[in-house]
Design a binder for this molecule. Sequence first.
Ligand SMILES: Cc1cc2nc3c(=O)[nH]c(=O)nc-3n(C[C@H](O)[C@H](O)[C@H](O)COP(=O)(O)OP(=O)(O)OC[C@H]3O[C@@H](n4cnc5c(N)ncnc54)[C@H](O)[C@@H]3O)c2cc1C
Length: 379
Amino acid sequence: MHTIIVGAGFWGAVIAERMASVLDAEVTVIDERPHIGGNCHSSLDEETGIECHRYGSHIFHTSNEEVWNYINRFSAFNGYQHKVFTMCRGKVYTMPINLSTIENFYGRHMTPSEAEAFLQGEIARDHIDNPANLEEKAISLIGRPLYEAFIQGYTQKQWEHDPKLLPAYIITRLPFRTSYNANYFADPWQGVPVDGYFKIFERMLDNPRITLRLETSFESVRDSLSADTLVIYTGLPDRLFDYRFGELEWRSLRCEWEVVPVRDWQGTAVMNYADKDVPYTRIHEFKHYHPERTRPMLSPRSVICREYSRTWHRGDEAYYPVNDERNNALYAKYQAEAAKNPNLILGGRLGAYRYWDMDKAIADALATFREKIAPRFGK
Ligand SMILES: Cc1cc2nc3c(=O)[nH]c(=O)nc-3n(C[C@H](O)[C@H](O)[C@H](O)COP(=O)(O)OP(=O)(O)OC[C@H]3O[C@@H](n4cnc5c(N)ncnc54)[C@H](O)[C@@H]3O)c2cc1C
C-alpha cells in the first residue's frame, strides 16, 4: 500500500516521520506551497539575517511531555518566554490584563486583593447576569472601562463586526491576573527552535523513504492515484469534496512586511493595537524571538510585520475556524463523508476544522499514528 500525505505542516510531517522511521513505510508528501512547514514555516530575511515566521508569530509552548520530548529530537529550544503588550490611547500596557495593567490604567497602586475587589465593583455596575452578546459577556468578566479600552476596538478589528453583534460564546473567559505575572503562556516548556522552524521540518522529512513534492496540489494528482492508496489529507474538508454541502467559514489575515532602518522598532516581539482607528491588530518584530542570535539582534535594521484581520474568501489562507453552530454542523457532514472512504484519513487543523496550537497538532498526529495508522501496517 502506498501512502500520500497532503500537507507538509506539523501534522503531516509528524505522520510522515513516524511512518518512515517506525513502520519503514514509503510515503509521498505533497504540498501546494513552495515550502515545507505549513503555517509554521520560517525563513531568513536576506538583508538582515533575521528569521521571520511567514504566517505570523509562532511560539512553541506545551504541557505535554510526550510532545516536548518528541519535538526536541529535531531541535533544541531557546527558552524564549512570550510577553505581549498592547498600545491603547497612546500608552503601552501588559496583556493579558494583570495587576500592572490595572494599576497603570486606573493610575493608582492596588494590592492583589484590592484590585480584585475593585474590579468586582466595576463589573457589578452594569448588572449583567445573562450576557446576550460578546460585549455584555466581556463587561461581565472585566467591567466596562477595561472592556472599552482593551477589548472593544481590538475585537471589532478582529471580527469586522461590532462586539454587540457577536455571540457571547466567542469568549469563554477573559482572565485578569491580580499579580504582576506577565507571561503569556503558563506551560512549563516554552521557546522558539534555536535552529529555526525550517530546520525542524527539514530534519523530520529527511528520510530516504519520504518523497517530497512541493507546489503540488492534491487536485493535480488525485486522478492518478491507485484505488488502494492511503490518502492522509490535512487540507480543507469542504474543498476535498468540491464544496458539495457548502463552504466552511474562516477568518484570514493579511500581513504587511517592512524592513525598518532601526535596531529595535518596538522593544518586544508582539505589540497589540487596541484602538479602533488603528487599522492593524498587531505588529510583530521577529528579531526579539532570538535574543541569543547576536548578529541579527545587533543589526541596525529590523523586520516587522503589521497584521490585519479579514474575512476569508476561497483561495485565501484559512487561519481561524468560525466554530459556530452552522459551521460545526456543516463540518460534521464533511466528516461523515470522509468516514465513508476507508482509505482516507482527515487530519491537521484544517481537516479537523479546529484552532490547534502546534503542540496540539503534534499530539493529535502522534495519537492518529498510534491508533489509526500503525495498526493498518500490523504494528
Ligand atoms: C496566525 C497564527 C499564529 C499562530 N501562532 C501559534 C503559536 O504562537 N504557537 C502555537 O503553538 N501555534 C500557533 N499557531 C497554530 C499553528 O500554526 C498550527 O498548530 C499548525 O500550523 C498546525 O499544523 P497543520 O499541519 O495542522 O496545518 P498547516 O500548518 O496549515 O499545514 C497544512 C498544509 O497543507 C497544505 N495543503 C492544504 N490543502 C492542500 C491541497 N489540497 N493540496 C496540497 N497541499 C495542501 C497547506 O499548503 C499547508 O502547508 C498559530 C496559527 C495561526 C493561524
